[in-house]
Design a protein around this ligand. Structure first.
Ligand code: IPD
Ligand code: CA
Ligand code: CA
Length: 272
């Protein structure tokens, strides 16, 4: 349970995250639909644009100005050192770069603040959708300022799920294809939105009933996992252990579907 001092700090960090996510969202909206120079990272499916970098620079500068001793872990620039015991900001300046590069509006800015190893604040802002998700540990989750909660769907055959596929899917057999087929046989529908932060946010607000994915990075999921937990959902690894930021695999559900989805994941043994 947070004391009043840390609650006040959490709210201050939330305010910072909301402000910087809004500013970064404006940068991204300025680039949406423009013809972009698109670079690839290690895999030809893993893209980066100048807007990923500009949005990240804006957020990092904003944090440095406010909290010069805090640590930062951001996708494009990696880790920036600070005081070892200080909070760590975990940032994906543009989650959904492939959508963005194709002019599709499903992308987000994800900002989380971790204090003493625990994520306490999370913001996922999808500017082109007009969705601003926020959560503070112990204080619930909101969408555009209104409280949100997970869905009540209790069976997979009535469930809307989502997932994603790793960038090394062409070369690795650990590619989520077999799991996708197993869920496709059982669920009412499966969507692939292309932003893990949005997938998790949509579970939090009850529009999706469950989401699973593998080979994710801390910045993809740090804010979204807190949103799910604070909205009454359940998060774990694919074997039911804790959902760790460094582990890559995530299952997030409305709680009612957690065991049924774990059951499917545990029973997929053959990569395709
Ligand atoms: C990606 C998105 C996508 C997920 C990938 C992520 P990026 O992040 O979240 O939905 O399937 O695994 O890497 O590269 O657009 O920031
Ligand atoms: Ca990402
Ligand atoms: Ca990104």
């Amino acid at each position: 349970m947070a004391n009043s001092h840390s609650t006040a700090l959490d709210l201050q960090y939330l305010d910072t995250a909301l402000t910087l996510a809004a500013q970064a969202g404006d940068v991204l909206l300025g680039g949406l639909g423009r013809s972009l120079i698109i670079e690839t990272k290690s895999e030809t499916t893993d893209l980066v644009t100048r807007f990923d970098r500009e949005a990240e620079a804006l957020i990092v500068e904003g944090l440095r100005a406010r909290y010069p001793h805090h640590r930062i872990l951001a996708e494009e620039g990696g880790e920036r050192a600070g005081d070892p015991d200080a909070p760590c900001w975990i940032i994906d300046p543009l989650d959904g770069t492939t959508n963005f590069a194709h002019g599709l509006p499903v992308f987000s800015v994800s900002i989380a603040c971790q204090v003493a190893g625990q994520v306490r604040v999370g913001v996922v802002y999808a500017p082109a959708m007009g969705w601003r998700f926020a959560a503070v540990r112990g204080r619930g989750a909101t969408l555009n300022g209104r409280p949100i909660g997970v869905s009540q769907i209790a069976t997979l055959d009535r469930a809307m799920l989502s997932t994603g596929f790793p960038y090394d899917r062409r070369s690795s057999q650990q590619n989520n294809f077999a799991q996708f087929i197993a869920f496709k046989r059982r669920a009412q529908g499966i969507r692939r939105f292309g932003s893990a932060a949005i997938d998790l946010s949509l579970v939090a607000c009850g529009r999706l009933d469950g989401y699973w994915e593998m080979k994710l990075k801390p910045w993809d999921i740090a804010a979204g996992l807190l949103l799910c937990e604070e909205a009454g959902g359940q998060v774990s690894s694919w074997s039911g252990g804790p959902a760790e930021l460094g582990r890559g695999e995530v299952l997030a559900t409305n709680r009612l579907l957690h065991e049924p989805m774990l059951d499917v994941l545990r029973n997929v043994t053959q990569p395709l």
